[in-house]
Design a protein around this ligand. Structure first.
Ligand code: URA
Length: 434
């Protein structure tokens, strides 16, 4: 076999066999297939797609590219959660400790920022010393001790995804259903949780721009997971505007901490409670959805979710004092409002553009080697349906460079569509797939 022939085959729209996919993933993981050939293959997949059979084979090859974690020493039904990626999506930062505070073992594998979307690991690294490079022993110990651990792909866990993820991020090949499904599910299959709850985003700020393609993606992932014997649920949620108000690593951590203290934005809180309900039910810590939700609400408002978060930050090398006093987290040097040039109602926020503005400020990677600036980003002051007067602030930009601030401010104004009539409300939770 050779990579050139496989690229040509996919370019012409043919189906790759199980052996061809396995050969390609093994060769790429071992460094025998160069990035430029894999980039061409990824682009061919973006143009011509993959069948369900190809997606399943790709997922299994990627999951088997490294070790499969044995988490059998963790007591109870271990639950993981994953998002398909959105703007301002700090859900995991709240959800994982909240669910863990009820004693549910949360064994979570997370990723870094991808395309215009942020990543949980980058956000958590806002805490001085925080590390997601845990040995398997430490991961298991933390879940047994405090019911939560979040790890990146540092161990030999789905190394094919680790390489492909970084390559897709910088080659414009993120937003393809089979590539997203195999990326997420390979990590989940390799990471050994018993139940997986997926947050599949749909809308302008998501990789799946409409509900129908988000449902297809959810069904594909739920199907792959069930085939592998996992308990699965997928919630399709709205990403036609950023989740909450903050976009950018440190800024999102602060909003997550507010939410863990029961003072979070309504949409973020609702999403966390919905996803959490399925996690608690899967782990058999409640008998009904109503009971699960009540338990979650109590933990969010009585301080136990926040206490678990502080313990989790400390257990992974971070500073608990920064979690307790987020003002100690680093800040950008320029923090300035951007005002509206028009009055009316916010009809639409171009959400992918908001994510791209955050990248422009330095919050994401331009190349695989780029360092990100954790302090920059945007805090929205107006969201869909809000009334805005001419001259009123739309958002606050956090920047470390005057030129970048000006470019970001100009683009931000254009990212708001303001009209005379209040737009209809949109449901946050669009669908649930089992
Ligand atoms: N999250 C992942 O882990 N992979 C993707 O491709 C998208 C979101």
């Amino acid at each position: 076999m050779n990579m050139y022939d496989l690229i040509m085959k996919k370019k012409r729209g043919a189906e790759l066999s199980c052996e061809e996919i396995e050969w390609m993933i093994t060769g790429y993981t071992k460094g025998m297939i160069p990035d430029y050939q894999m980039s061409a293959m990824l682009m061919a997949i973006c143009f011509n797609g993959m069948s369900t059979e190809e997606t399943k084979n790709l997922t299994i090859s990627m999951a088997d590219s490294g070790d499969r974690l044995d988490l059998s020493e963790i007591r109870g039904i271990k639950i993981d959660k994953h998002s398909t990626g959105g703007v301002g999506d700090k859900t995991s930062l709240v959800l994982a400790p909240l669910v863990a505070s009820l004693g549910v073992p949360v064994a979570k594998m997370s990723g870094r920022g991808l395309g215009h979307t942020g990543g949980t690991i980058d956000k958590l690294e806002s805490f001085t010393g925080f590390s997601t490079s845990l040995s398997t022993e430490q991961f298991i110990r933390n879940v047994n001790d405090i019911h939560i651990a979040v790890a990146g792909q540092t161990a030999n866990l789905a190394p094919a995804d680790k390489k492909l993820y970084a390559l897709r991020d910088v080659t414009g090949t993120v937003d393809q259903m089979s590539l997203i499904a195999s990326s997420i599910m390979s990590k989940k299959l390799a990471s050994g949780a018993d139940g997986i709850v997926l947050d599949v985003k749909s809308g302008d700020g998501a990789f799946m721009k409409d509900e129908a393609s988000a449902i297809d993606l959810a069904q594909e992932m739920v199907g792959i997971g069930k085939l592998a014997g996992k308990k699965m649920a997928a919630v399709i949620s709205d990403m036609d505007q950023p989740l909450g108000y903050a976009v950018g690593n440190v800024l999102e951590v602060k909003e997550a901490i507010d939410t863990l203290k029961g003072r979070g934005p309504e949409d973020l809180e609702e999403l966390v409670l919905t996803l959490g309900t399925y996690m608690v039910l899967m782990a058999k810590h409640a008998e009904t959805a109503e009971q699960a939700r009540k338990m979650l609400e109590t933990a969010l408002f009585d301080g136990s979710a926040f206490e678990t978060f502080c313990r989790f930050v400390e257990a992974q090398g971070g500073q608990d004092k920064e979690a307790r006093n987020p003002e100690l987290l680093p800040k950008a040097s320029i923090i300035r409002e951007v005002s509206s040039i028009k009055g009316g109602y916010v009809e639409k926020i171009m959400t992918e553009e908001i994510g791209r503005i955050s990248l422009l400020l330095g919050g994401g990677r331009e190349t695989k080697e780029s360092e990100i600036d954790l302090t920059v980003g945007i805090v929205l002051m107006k969201k869909r349906g809000d009334c805005v007067r001419e001259g009123e602030p739309l958002a606050v930009i956090h920047a470390n460079d005057e030129e970048k601030f000006s470019a970001a401010a100009e683009r931000l104004r254009k990212a708001y569509l303001i009209t005379d009539e209040r737009p209809a409300q949109v449901n946050l939770i669009k669908n649930i797939i089992f």
